[in-house]
Design a protein around this ligand. Sequence first.
Ligand code: PHE
Ligand code: CO
Length: 259
Amino acid sequence: MSLRGDYNLAASDFSVEQDWSAYGEEEHALYRRLFERQSKLVARYACPEWIDAVAGLDAGGGIPRFDAVSRQLRAKTGWEIVAVPGLIPDEAFFTHLANRRFPVTVWLRTPEEFDYIVEPDVFHDFFGHVPLLFDPVYADHLHEYGKGGLKAMRLDAVKMLARLYWYTIEFGLMRTPQGLRAYGAGLVSSGGELAHCIESPEPKRLPFDLERALRTDYRIDRYQTTYFVIESFAQLMRATEPDFTPIYAKLRPLPALEP
Ligand code: PHE
Ligand code: CO
């Protein structure tokens, strides 16, 4: 797969400068349009932790300045944003998370990609992922995930662990007093799937099951047909706390499950 970002200027940890002044006015305007469409949806469909966090974030005026948001994040949960050219290799990604650094892509989609984009861009990465880093439990969970990723590399289990990321961090649902809500970044940043994942009668919505998530393949090019529902970030944290070494060993010989 050829990636769209410019990796030439990246450091060995794949970080780059954000160079905020290089964004054009049309790019800020496109970001604002994405932000406005999505803000109307999240009030009804995103989990309360996400909504609370975004209220304190001055993020709708255009493409955000990562350094300013990193200052707020460091004070709240010790996380920071690191600018990257796009998708980065597993080891670099897990190392950033294991050090409480969240990689955010610097470039923005084109106007033609308003509704759909294949690779994560700054809107997906920032709007989808960054608000929840202000939630202390989620923030700790993602840190543990990063350390777990480095461990999974040693155990040759990244494929299984990546499925867990997909069904939680990207496409997870949560049961709340207001009903079903989304917390996965792929949902929260999606113009179409955010309402679909809550309202549509079509997809399966299963109670979160660690082993099943680790075994279930996923499709990246269509709405999900299965979502896993957590009760809270504390539940997710508890469920993923045990040592995965014996779980990987047990699941490895079993066939993967259909999406
Ligand atoms: N507990 C997992 C392990 O031992 C690490 C992990 C934590 C994975 C949180 C995912 C989320 O490998
Ligand atoms: Co993402």
